[in-house]
Each structure stands twice: as structure tokens, then as C-alpha cells.
Ligand binder design. Structure first.
Ligand SMILES: NC(=O)c1ccc[n+]([C@@H]2O[C@H](COP(=O)([O-])OP(=O)(O)OC[C@H]3O[C@@H](n4cnc5c(N)ncnc54)[C@H](O)[C@@H]3O)[C@@H](O)[C@H]2O)c1
Length: 368
């Protein structure tokens, strides 16, 4: 299978996202060319990465002095105390700015290690090896790094780009189905907000993506990264256009908060429900037509994703979500700031649809 490459370029930096199957061996060549002065490499692995993949990476980098850490990836550990532990290990081993950190794991490892790299001695080289579908299509793209605080998720962090992102499809073979659905939700969102042709392609190819077909995955990951980069390039610091990537997430975050962030419903599952609710809101506010909802529901039905909707089709249950919608970070006053859908491939802009709680209640009562 051909290796795919996407190049990110802005006024300050450039880096590539490389996508392929069994491509971890290229790390040694890439490190040599991108970080020619590196002598020491700190490798931070998600504990659940298959041993075989870990061995390939270690073998490929055997010419360097390696420091290997395994990390239990969960939202509780994505914390400032883990940052402190890692910083101390790097300081103890006397790494310097020309050395390198490689984070190998899902979005938690990527966010945490990217943040550590951005503040260690004011910035050390960083390479990201995302190992979940969500990390490959979303979390590793765009340079947002950070950790959680007791006051909320991702509240401490930085904007900082890696030297390279390597998406190896072989990691996805050990990923549970629920995690594949998480990544798929973001792929589908990217198509809905930006690319009708890609959405039509997903109509026929979702089943192959969820069944881990390398060729289809490679295409979907490349498309998805390109769409995310399109928004990131226009708005690196998330002041306006990048907020469109939040489509479906206003409802999704409320669903996750109402469920106390329990494992019963994952972020991706909440996004899949959130996108349907955002489209229902777009219909009652006359921003979009009914047929768009039917089109999307067909994708869910065909791929057995509609099991998610059963708890969110009753209007009384939806009203109970409203208090949780008020905490969305896009809100800049008492009203809730929604990104709505005009048609597949086109959303409204941030601040175009700010809706009061009272009005939202009346809209939700009219959801079909
Ligand atoms: N920086 C960004 O722009 C951005 C965007 C979206 C999400 N995020 C963050 O990403 C995180 C979610 O990422 P995620 O969904 O990858 O979750 P995650 O990192 O928690 O990984 C999900 C689970 O899969 C396991 N895992 C990872 N790779 C595996 C593999 N190859 N085989 C088997 N198991 C594997 C992990 O140990 C974990 O249990 C959240 O913390 C979120 O805030 C960041």
C-alpha cells in the first residue's frame, strides 16, 4: 500500500503527517533528517500498545540513547502531576533541546507528551505516533496539547506543532470497536461540515472503515486530516473558523457531562448523537431541510450505529440536557452558541446562532 503524506505549512513552521501500514521502520530515517543533533530520545508509550509495535520502534531507533516510559492512559492521569513526573525524568536524564520526545499512544498520550515537549526547556523536538483512529484523524492534527485540571478537561495547555506525525494503520488492529467508532465519528463530522463528496464516499465505505480495511482507512484518514488542517491553517488559535470543528460537540459535551463522563457512553458515541441533535435543531430553526437528517440516519442504520439514539429521541429527556449545554466553551454570554448545518458540506458560522435557554426549550419540544 502506498504511503500517504500531507504537509502542514504556516508562516512559522512546517511538518508532515505520514499515513501507511507497517511504516514504523521509517522513524530512524526521519529522526536523522528532522532532528540531526538528537542523541537522546524519550519514548512515552501507552501501556496498551501491542508489544510487537513497541519492539519495531525500539529496534528502528537503536542507534540513539533511549529512555522508555510506559503510561496508563486515562483522563485522570492526563494531569499536571503526570507532566511533573515526566519533566523530572527528562531533567534527571539530562535531555536537552536538540534531543527528542516521541509520544506513542492515543489522544491522551499525544496531548500529554506534546505539552511536556512544548514546555521542557521552553521546547524540545516532538514526534507524535498516534495509535487510535481518533488520534490519527483528529487529536494529533492541529497542535493543541494539554492536560486536565480538577476544574475541567484540557484547561492547561499550549499550541505547539510536532516535527512529524506518523499514522501507522497496524496499531488499529488491536483497537476495540468502541474506539474505532470514536474515530469514525470525527471522520464523519469532517465530511458533514466540509465535503459532500467525501460524505457520499462514506455512505458506501463506512462498513469497511469499521471493519479495519487498510486501503479505505488510509483514504479516510488522509481526507479527514486535510479537512481538519484546512480549519487549523485558517485559525490556529481557535478564535473563529476552527470552532466549526465543534459541530455536534455542543450537544455531545452536554451528553457526556450528564452521564458523569462514564464509560457507558464514549466521546465518539456522544458526537454521533450530538450531530443528529444539531441537525434536528437546524431543521426546527429552518436552517436545513429534513432530507439531510434522513440521509445521515440512513448511514447510522446501515452501519448499526442507531443503537445510540434510543435514549435521545424523547423530547422530555432532551430538555434535561439543556442545563449542561450552558457550560459550552463557545458561549460568550448567557445564550448557547450553536454551529448548525445548512446542508452537507456547509455549516453556519460561530455566533450566527446564539439561542437562549427559553427558546431552545421550545425548539427541542418540536424535534421529530
Ligand atoms: N489535541 C486535540 O486537538 C484533541 C482532539 C480530540 C481529542 N483530544 C483528546 O484526546 C483524548 C481522546 O483520545 P483517544 O480517543 O485516542 O483516547 P485514549 O488516548 O484514551 O485512547 C483510548 C483507549 O485506547 C487505548 N489504546 C490506544 N492505542 C491502542 C491500540 N493501538 N490498541 C489498543 N488499545 C489502544 C488507550 O490505552 C485507551 O484505553 C482526550 O483526552 C481528548 O481530550 C485532543
Amino acid at each position: 500500500m502506498k504511503i500517504q503524506q500531507i504537509k502542514f505549512r504556516d508562516s512559522k513552521q512546517n511538518y508532515s503527517i505520514i499515513i501507511g501500514n507497517n511504516i514504523l521502520k521509517i522513524l530512524s530515517k526521519k529522526v536523522k533528517s528532522l532532528c540531526p543533533n538528537t542523541k537522546k530520545i524519550a519514548l512515552i508509550f501507552d501501556k496498551k500498545i501491542p508489544n510487537a509495535n513497541r519492539k519495531i520502534i525500539l529496534k528502528s531507533l537503536k542507534g540513539y540513547q533511549l529512555f522508555v516510559y510506559k503510561f496508563d492512559a486515562n483522563e485522570k492521569n492526563k494531569s499536571i502531576s503526570s507532566v511533573n513526573i515526566l519533566l523530572n525524568k527528562l531533567l534527571f536524564n539530562n535531555l536537552n533541546r536538540s534531543d527528542l520526545i516521541i509520544g506513542v499512544g492515543g489522544g491522551i498520550i499525544g496531548d500529554l507528551t506534546g505539552f511536556v515537549a512544548s514546555i521542557f526547556k521552553r521546547g524540545i523536538n516532538f514526534i507524535s505516533v498516534p495509535t487510535t483512529l481518533l488520534a490519527q484523524v483528529d487529536a494529533s492534527v492541529g497542535g493543541k496539547t494539554g492536560v486536565n485540571s480538577k476544574f475541567g478537561k484540557n484547561l492547561i495547555g499550549s499550541f505547539s506543532q510536532p516535527k512529524l506525525v506518523v499514522c501507522d494503520l497496524s496499531f488499529l488492529k488491536s483497537l476495540p470497536k468502541k474506539e474505532m467508532i470514536c474515530g469514525y465519528a470525527e471522520i464523519l463530522k469532517h465530511s458533514i461540515i466540509n465535503d459532500k463528496k467525501f460524505f457520499n464516499w462514506l455512505k458506501n465505505n463506512t462498513k469497511y472503515i469499521l471493519a479495519n480495511d487498510n486501503k479505505k482507512l488510509s483514504y479516510a484518514i488522509k481526507k479527514s486530516c486535510k479537512i481538519k488542517l484546512f480549519y487549523v491553517n485558517k485559525d490556529v488559535k481557535e478564535k473563529k473558523l476552527r470552532m466549526l470543528l465543534n459541530f455536534g460537540h455542543t450537544f455531545a459535551h452536554a451528553i457526556e457531562a450528564k452521564n458523569n463522563y462514564s464509560k457507558r457512553i464514549s466521546h465518539g458515541e456522544a458526537v454521533l448523537i450530538g450531530m443528529i441533535l444539531a441537525i434536528k435543531l437546524s431543521i426546527v430553526t429552518k436552517v436545513c431541510k429534513n432530507k439531510i437528517l434522513s440521509e445521515l440516519l440512513q448511514v447510522y442504520e446501515k452501519n448499526k450505529l442507531n443503537y445510540l439514539m434510543k435514549n435521545y429521541s424523547n423530547n422530555k429527556d432532551l430538555i434535561k440536557l439543556i442545563p449542561y449545554l450552558k457550560n459550552d466553551k463557545k458561549n460568550n454570554d448567557e445564550k448557547i452558541n450553536f454551529i448548525l448545518l445548512k446542508k452537507i458540506g456547509k455549516t453556519t458560522l460561530p455566533n450566527e446562532h446564539k439561542i437562549s435557554v427559553q427558546k431552545l426549550k421550545s425548539y427541542v419540544k418540536n424535534f421529530n
